[in-house]
Every structure is written in C-alpha cells, then in structure tokens.
Design a protein around this ligand. Sequence first.
Ligand SMILES: Cc1ncc(COP(=O)(O)O)c(C=O)c1O
Length: 448
Amino acid sequence: MPPSSLEHKLIAALKSREDRLIRRRLSDPDADAGLVDFHTNDYLSLSTSPLLRTRFLSKLQDAPDVLGSGGSRLLVNGHAHTNLEDRLAKFFDSPTALLFNSGLDANVGFFSCIPQPGDVIVCDEYIHASVHDGIRASRVRDAQFSFDHNDLTSLGEMLLKLVNDRAGLRSGENSVFVAVESLYSMDGTIAPLTQIVEILETLFPKGNGYLIVDEAHATGVYGPQGKGLVSLLGLEKRVLARLHTFGKALAGSGAVILTSELIRDYLLNYARSLIYTTALSYPQVISVDCSFDLLENGTAKKLSSHLLKTSSHFVTTLRTLLLTHHIPSHLLSFPPHLAYPPPKNPTPTLTPTFAYLATPIVPVLTSQPRPLSAYLRKLGMNARPITWPTVPKGKDRIRVCLHASNTLEEVERLATAMVNWAEEQIRSQGNTALAKPVGNDLLVQPKL
Ligand SMILES: Cc1ncc(COP(=O)(O)O)c(C=O)c1O
C-alpha cells in the first residue's frame, strides 16, 4: 500500500528535520556504557549512590504500600503522598506543597489555570517549554510577553509599558505573573531573583505582580540543604510559587509546587494535569523521601560543593586554553557570562553577585556541536550537542553537565580534548577555519 496522505505529511516533516540535522532519536541504551557522564541531569550523582540505594530499598521493604498509587490524587490520597507534602512544605518553609507527576505537569497545571482573564504573563525568553505549554492552554494565551534573558532593563521596560497600557494592572483588578527559572537549563545562567522581586514590588504596589520560580535545576544544588535559590536569597515570602523537580539532582521523578493554601486548593480543582492522571506511584514517593533525607542530613551539601568546585575548574581550565591556543570563537567559545573571570568587586545592582555562581551546566558554544560530540565520545566522554530548536539559531552548543562523581582530572581531559578537536579543525580546514571574524581574544565584555 502506498503511504496515506497522513503518512506522507509525517514522513515529509521528519525528512525535513533530517535534512536540517535536527531530527531527534532515542540513543541506543548500551551506547553510553562506560562513558564519562557529562550530559545527564543527575548532578549529585545520586542515581548511583549506594547510600541512597540502600536507604530506598530498606524504606520500600518497610512501607505499608509499595505498588502503584491506585488512581488520581483526588480518588486515592495515600498517606505517603500527604506525608511527603507535609515534609516538603516544612522543609522549604512554604505554607503548602502539592505533588505533581512531573515538572512538565506542574508547569502546565499552574500556568493553564491560575492566570485569570485580563491577567498577563511575562516570561524570560529562555523559559522552559512546559511553561509555554501551560500558557497555550490558559485563558490568557494572547496576553503572553517575553523579556530578554536575565535582562532587568528589558523586564522593567516591559512591565512599565504594561502598567501604562492597562488600567486593570494599575488598579490592581488584574495581575501580572512573571515566570523565570532560577538556574537556566540550557545556559547555566542564574536569574537575578532579588532584583526581579524588587521591580515587581515597586511597579505593582497593590501586590498584583507575582513571581513564579522554576527551581528544577537548582534543587539539591544551591541554598541551605539544597533548598534552592529562593531559599538562599530569603525570598520565600515574596514569590507566589516555586517549582522543585525530583527527576534531576534528586534521582527520582515527579515535582512539587510550593505555594499558598488558596492556590493549592485552586490547583486541586482546576489543574487538569493533576486531576486527570494517576498520582505518583508509592516507590516514586518513597525514593523522593529518601533523597530529601540526604538533603537534610548534609550528604547532598558535600556532593554539591564538590560538583561546583569541579565546574569552576572546568570553566577556568577551558577559558585559559581557549585564549592561549587562540581558538576561533565559531569553533569553541564560552557565552558572555563565562568568557571572563568574575570581576573582583561586582556592582550588585548591575550584575548581581549570584550571576557568578559556579553551576552544574556549562554551555560551550560551537558551530559544529555534532562532530565535536562524536569526537569526545570516541575518547570516552559523553557530552551532548544541543541545537535549534532547543536553543536559538546560531547558539548551537555542547551542553556540559557536571556531576558530583566527576573528577578534576576528568574535566581537564574534557577541556583539553575540546581544544585538540578545534586545533584539528583548523589544521584540516586551513585558513577557512581561522577566517571567521571573531576570536575568543576579541570577545566584548559580557552584558549580564
Ligand atoms: C526548567 C525546567 N522546568 C521543568 C522541567 C520539567 O521537569 P520534569 O522533567 O520533571 O518534567 C524541566 C525538565 O526538562 C526543566 O528543565
């Protein structure tokens, strides 16, 4: 049988992706065995922690309920689920906590139902796809705006324009929701949360400007006991909601929204991604509970300290190699926030000190992410290429993810291999590789 009309369209779409080198595929499960992990979100390496494994198996053994969850939270509300929510509300100093099956479900649930007709949502331009999905399903889908990534001037101007244009925002009748990530997943940049809160409080004195912070990548890594950046900055009472996910540094799955009693109640009634789905299974809840044991008892803190030290070492090593080897920036370069060492005395209002924190996510920009990734792979290192549409056009990269299990020697090896690859390109392409205009030695000072 010839392909149907539907099949024709699907095949053409996939072929188009193939032609543009952006077709997605699942990797062979055996292909990554033995490679040094520079790509997973398992930042604390808890997925291979014997301590966590033993604790999990022991708690599972003793748990009254161990299989499934029986249905939606609204149908079957297990003790394990409510106990974990109580624990998380207390741990994160939040009025309440509400579990979701994933961070995607949590963002979709929140943004699809909390903003009301007449309200406005303003997102950082790099906000996660799940926030966009939520907004698309909301009643304010035509009132979404974005500001330049981490740019306080852009955000301030956008909000000021909205206040001037919309009487409802001035009177307090309508609300504005600002959505940011505390640590951005593709860029490893840190949001200036305190300054964003201050802008909102200044421009919306009636209290109708709300901040929602996605802490997916900061969970377990930053703040006291890994509580995240909102907690580190003492902003718990000044944000409307926080999202923490369990699938990254916590080696679990699922997510929690930390918010007020009223918003939790509303989500329970209107968030379809919570209502119409089977709740997290008991083993998932137990595994998350065990990960929080490790956050509370200080184990995670030690792991994150090592992780961040390793990340700084990688950045410093590669930065030096790029400069001393005169690698052209189209072959390899850091984005502006990593291209230079942090200033000795940063001006907090212009470039918040936290912008310079070491992070587990280090993007290395390159016009040839796939060949570079393949080269590293042959040397036993797994660092993945990220291309459009996941990142903007022209910002292709290798996204290096660091982990507690990575050693200083491993990251030195990675940096050296990247530079060796670039030099091989220069040699094989002759002058064309060098001909591109901007080299690492010509980068302008960063705008953070
Ligand atoms: C910033 C951010 N938010 C939310 C999510 C979704 O979380 P989950 O993987 O738990 O669905 C992700 C994961 O990719 C993320 O990077």
